[in-house]
Design a protein. Sequence first.
Length: 103
Amino acid sequence: MKFSDKIYTLLKKVPIGKVTTYKELAHATGCDAYRAVGQVLKKNPDAPNIPCHRVVATNGTIGGFNGFKTGPNIDRKKSMLEHEGIVFDGDKVVDFEKKLYKF
DNA sequence: AACCTAATCACTA
DNA sequence: TAGTGATTAGGTT
């Protein structure tokens, strides 16, 4: 429970207009459980308070969302991020490293 | 350069 | 205890 709880807390700390990666998130928790992060987010116990859409892959791509590696859900996520101030170039984030929230 | 495979960690049933 | 997953990195073609 510590791992997931940490993930939630960190994610809530991410300000609007910023994004984070699974790797950074995992490293912030102390483990490199990239996949575990996704697992925890998938469960998403506090969806409205946890911006899972601000979590992207390490290379800047969205990676996946809501169990869909690609498709309409991804577009939905992109729209949300654009609304937050994040710009998307195809499936990649523009100035991703610049907008990456560092813990 | 692009694609595919294997490895790794935590969580759920 | 065993299986799964919203990934990542590396090697191969």
